[in-house]
Design a protein around this ligand. Structure first.
Ligand code: SF4
Length: 376
């Protein structure tokens, strides 16, 4: 099983918290789509011939800024150079204010069967602080319209620990999300990444970061609200109704190969990782001039082991000890078990049925736990 990721690195405006690579000059879009199609052809042999491609994901940036002919051009290039017959999930990330009949019809025409909508909050004053360009009402209308168009696998993104968010507004946001009958909810804790406007505002004391105690409280409300409503937490930040886990994202956590196409996109084929230049202009120029447009790193056994531990521990199932032994040997299993012991004793990790997973208490300090579990 393998996946294809298409990166659309354009945004109408930058959100204050975001550190993803994207460009706001939409005039570059056509040149970018042409170049992307060229990359699709250049890399048609990246995945092993026996790999079945099951998922296709358009992420960004803002893929919903593409128009009908852009989507058709990319999809046609993909179907010319890759076998798309076994696709079971085609996801497109959309911004609520881009959602209209034309966009939804276009997405249907390329067989898109899953939408991922960046909603973040159902309160306008929180959306304004985040720098989002949609309102709460637009988000509600976008979900309704998509459902009317027959989309029955919709994921929404929410954020918590926002500077002006309260326990009450977070509860209300979750309540509204649940009432919309979406199949999947991703909820992310706001982080202040260096280089972002939020980071600067925090440093200059214009906004205040939520303390750990409040963050934990918001996270507990998240888990409680969504599990009571029937959502299964299958990964630290991801919740779904039964059978609606994201197949594409799950493949990242299951260590399966994927090809990432477009500026700044990452690819992985078990033996190596590679990443494209994170600049629309340089990416286009290099490909147009038949020059190199990516960097590559071949993975050592130690790096593969660390990737396996990090990605597995993010999932609700945790690290499969049997698989760990098969992939990396008995010595690595013993090392892992030994490193886990202090956390098992303090109830941060739980070992059961040959799996080791983070407990709810452990999730909040998962970064520091992972630091001691990996092999350095
Ligand atoms: S959050 Fe999304 S829309 Fe906002 S700047 Fe980042 S990629 Fe663009």
């Amino acid at each position: 099983m393998a996946g294809i990721y298409i990166h659309i690195p354009f945004c109408k405006q930058r959100c204050g918290y975001c550190d993803f690579y994207s460009h706001t000059n939409l005039q570059l879009k056509q040149r970018y789509v042409d170049t992307l199609c060229k990359e699709i052809e250049l890399r048609k042999h990246y995945l092993a011939p026996n790999e079945t491609i099951e998922t296709l994901y358009f992420g960004g940036g803002t893929p919903s800024l593409l128009n009908t002919s852009d989507f058709e051009q990319i999809y046609n290039a993909l179907s010319t150079h890759f076998s798309l017959h076994n696709l079971v999930e085609i996801t497109v990330e959309v911004n609520p204010d881009d959602v209209n009949d034309l966009l939804l019809d276009t997405l249907k025409s390329i067989s898109c069967n899953r939408l991922s909508m960046g909603i973040q909050s159902f309160f306008d004053h929180e959306l304004t602080v985040l720098g989002r360009r949609h309102t709460a009402q637009q988000a509600i209308e976008a979900v309704n319209l998509a459902q009317q168009h027959g989309f029955s696998n919709i994921s929404i993104d929410l954020m918590y620990a926002l500077p002006n968010q309260t326990i009450q507004t977070w509860r209300e946001t979750l309540k509204l999300a649940i009432s919309m009958n979406v199949q999947h909810i991703s909820a992310y804790h706001l982080t202040y990444e260096p280089g972002t406007l939020f980071y600067k505002q925090k440093t200059n004391k214009i906004i205040t970061e939520k303390d750990e105690e409040e963050s934990i409280q918001l996270y507990e409300i998240l888990i409680q609200s969504l599990t009571e409503a029937g959502y299964n937490q299958y990964e630290i930040s991801n919740f779904s109704l039964p059978c609606y886990e994201s197949k594409h994202n799950s493949s990242y956590w299951k260590n399966t190969p994927y090809i990432g196409l477009g500026a700044s996109a990452h690819s992985y084929n078990i033996a190596s990782r590679q990443w494209n230049i994170a600049s629309v202009i340089t990416y286009c120029k290099q490909i147009e001039e038949n020059k190199s447009f990516f960097e590559i790193e071949f993975l050592t056994e130690k790096e593969k082991y660390n990737d396996f531990i990090i990605t597995s521990l993010r999932t609700s199932k945790g690290v499969d000890l049997q698989k760990l032994t098969t992939l990396f040997g008995e010595k690595s299993r013993s090392y892992f078990i030994q490193q886990c012991q202090p956390y098992v004793h303090t109830n941060m990790l739980c070992e059961k049925d040959n799996f080791v997973r983070l407990t709810q208490k452990g999730i909040f300090v998962s970064d520091s736990i992972l630091e001691t579990l990996i092999d350095v």
